[in-house]
Design a protein around this ligand. Structure first.
Ligand code: PRP
Ligand code: URA
Length: 209
């Protein structure tokens, strides 16, 4: 079964509090989501392998380290996942970005697929599926199904806030996928919104309703 890692870094928790606050407007919300996403990317890449290389400093030759191992791919789930992309790319500019279009039907709560475009070397990359909200887990589980069908082998899931139900769903459907979050909240409400959560992530990022 996949592990769940909760990033409790004080900066992440501080910024998440203002993301949750209903008085935070669209501009600030978007900036904070980018900042938290960058901080989470910093944490998620902590174990990345390094290899030694020789460089010549202005003083002398030195043996230093650079990243080795698999290249990264980001897979935002449209539309709210887009809000996390730029913050991560600021730290990892070489990552390729694939897009999965899914929305949760408000009546059935089932994910509806409308788009998929992945890097051609998807099977060789370490992929991070990103979406601010893991509620019932239906969208994340479907997105992971889609990218596995397209050849993805090495997958992590990164969300700002998860409900216990969503964590359980992804762990059941995709035991090979570890989950990285800033918080696991209490529960889902009757409309399957996360409680206390942050409301509708897509609407708050893009100023829609
Ligand atoms: C939200 C969110 C997730 C999904 C989570 O997207 O960004 O993708 O709901 O819910 P689930 O875990 O129950 O599937 P939404 O469907 O509102 O679409 P949007 O990003 O286009 O606003
Ligand atoms: N999608 C959201 O944007 N927020 C929730 O709380 C649940 C699903």
């Amino acid at each position: 079964m996949g592990h769940v890692y909760v990033f409790d870094h004080p900066l992440i928790q501080h910024k998440l509090t203002y993301i949750r606050d209903k008085n935070t407007g669209t501009k600030e919300f978007r900036e904070l989501v980018e900042e938290v996403s960058a901080l989470m990317a910093y944490e998620i890449t902590r174990e990345m392998p390094l290899k030694e290389v020789e460089v010549e400093t202005p003083v002398q030759k030195a043996t230093c380290r650079v990243l080795s191992g698999k290249k990264l791919g980001l897979v935002p789930i449209l539309r709210a996942g887009l809000g996390m992309v730029d913050g991560i790319l600021r730290l990892i500019p070489a990552a390729k970005v694939g897009h999965i279009g899914l929305y949760r039907d408000p009546e059935t709560l089932e994910p509806v697929q409308y788009y998929a475009k992945m890097p051609s070397d998807i099977g060789e990359r370490e992929l991070i599926v990103i979406d601010p909200m893991l509620a019932t887990g239906g969208s994340a589980a479907a997105a992971i199904d889609m990218i596995k069908e397209m050849g993805a082998k090495n997958i992590k899931l990164m969300c700002l806030i998860a409900a216990p139900e969503g964590v359980e769903r992804v762990q059941q459907d995709h035991p090979d996928v570890d989950i990285y979050v800033a918080a696991v909240d209490e529960r889902l409400d009757e409309k399957s919104y996360i409680v206390p959560g942050l409301g509708d992530a897509g609407d708050r990022l893009f100023g829609t309703r």
